[in-house]
Design a protein around this ligand. Structure first.
Ligand SMILES: NC(=O)c1ccc[n+]([C@@H]2O[C@H](COP(=O)([O-])OP(=O)(O)OC[C@H]3O[C@@H](n4cnc5c(N)ncnc54)[C@H](O)[C@@H]3O)[C@@H](O)[C@H]2O)c1
Ligand SMILES: O=C(O)C(=O)C[C@]1(C(=O)O)C=C[C@@H](O)C=C1
Length: 371
């Protein structure tokens, strides 16, 4: 029975963007915990071991979970139910299984059906990510200030939820317990629908006749901001879309109704209706709470690992100034008294400045990340 009061052993199944970021965040906050990782791709295990992010890497799921107290299943949504069944058969008594899948209803249903007594399950979904995939894209600070939804089973004991909540808080996330159906309805609207709309927009734009390729050259802030997520993994979004298909169809139909209404205003030349369309959107977008907008805004935030020495921030600011890159704001996170260095977060005006800053700093040998 591994349900002691202290967590010491973690297993991460699927060491891609999210699994790798969890491993890095946990290693950073709890350097004495044993982290084991498993993946079907050995290259992810090799890199994580080389970077010292975990203690053991194996392609055997059974070996990866046999003594784990908390098991994070960070594989694609389509693979998670099968993995939960297999893990449930090998997890030690007292283990907590949790996943990071972007939909929750089907995954929670599987867990309810296959969990043996003495093994616990809490669905999970970090509301943080990027358009990149794989371990190489993982970021230690990804969960900092990000909501992390938890969907326990009706049978999940309170101590299990508390233990997971404490773990997630310790890596900077903000845990939020929700019902799986409500999660899929809301996240369908604020995450799944936008990914479909962004991809539809890119597909529509790429069909526009433009033999001289002006589109690519002129695509600036607006197009890039609204379509960044269209660069995400197509396989991942195939699985998510299918897993929330009914709700997604309804949400797409509702979006089409809004677009059709706008077409009608244009046909009729209804200036008031057109302006009102934009006002309604602006009011809601502007009203998003500050904390949430910080989570939504990392598009222009650049994270830079820095050493703890006098003048380092000045050097970075000067370097960017020399390249005419304006820093809107900066802050330091993960700075600890007992540890050298930390992470400097630079807020830049737009995606172009962010890319330029990243390039300049990388060329100077700084390690940078973009959420
Ligand atoms: N990318 C995001 O922004 C984001 C954010 C929150 C949650 N999620 C969810 O988290 C999960 C992981 O997403 P990601 O972005 O890290 O994807 P990813 O593609 O970067 O990583 C997935 C990893 O799982 C591995 N894998 C696949 N099948 C496996 C199996 N059977 N056993 C072990 N490993 C297996 C892959 O090799 C890969 O390394 C997905 O369910 C996704 O929906 C993603
Ligand atoms: O910022 C991004 O790149 C994301 O797409 C992250 C995002 C989102 O839609 O907010 C994507 C899927 C996850 O399930 C959670 C977060």
């Amino acid at each position: 029975m591994l349900s002691g009061t202290e967590i010491k052993t973690i297993s991460i199944v699927g060491l891609g963007l999210i699994g790798g970021s969890l491993a890095k965040a946990i290693r950073h906050s709890h350097p004495d915990w044993q982290i084991t990782g498993t993946d079907i791709e050995e290259k992810h295990l090799a890199l994580a071991l080389k970077e010292g992010v975990m203690d053991k890497g194996t392609t055997s799921l059974e070996e990866a979970v046999y003594n784990a107290q908390v098991i994070f299943v960070c594989a694609p949504v389509g693979a998670i139910p099968g993995l939960i069944k297999e893990i449930a058969a090998h997890a030690p008594a007292g283990a907590i299984i949790t996943d990071t899948g972007s939909t929750k209803e089907a995954i929670v249903r599987t867990a309810m059906e296959c969990l043996p007594p003495g093994v616990f399950f809490v669905g999970g979904h970090p509301m943080a990510g990027t358009e990149h995939s794989g371990y190489a894209a993982s970021i230690p600070h990804l969960f900092e200030n990000a909501y992390y939804v938890l969907t326990p089973l009706p049978s999940t004991p309170a101590w299990v939820i508390n233990r997971l909540t404490s773990l997630l808080s310790s890596i900077g996330a903000i845990p939020l317990v929700m019902d799986p159906q409500l999660h899929d309805r809301i996240v369908g609207a604020i995450s799944h629908l936008p990914h479909v709309v962004a991809s539809a927009l890119v597909n529509a734009v790429q069909e526009i006749d433009d033999p001289q390729h002006f589109k690519e050259r002129l695509a600036a802030g607006g197009f890039r901001d609204i379509t960044r997520i269209a660069s995400s993994s197509p396989q991942m979004w195939r699985d998510i879309s299918l897993s929330n298909r009914q709700r997604l169809v309804e949400l797409i139909e509702s979006t089409v109704r809004h677009l059709n209404a706008f077409c009608k205003y244009l046909d009729e030349g209804s200036a008031d209706e057109i302006e009102d369309f934009f006002w309604r959107a602006k009011k809601f977008r502007d009203s998003l709470p500050r904390l949430q907008s910080q989570v939504l805004l990392p598009y222009h935030d650049l994270y830079v690992d820095i050493q703890d020495r006098p003048g380092i921030i000045g050097e970075i600011a000067t370097l960017l100034g020399q390249h005419s890159i304006n820093i809107k704001n900066l802050r330091i996170i993960n700075s600890r008294e007992d540890e050298p260095g930390g992470c400097l977060v630079l807020s830049l005006a737009d995606a172009v400045s962010l890319e330029k800053a990243r390039q300049v700093l990388t060329e100077e040998g700084y390690k940078t990340y973009v959420k």
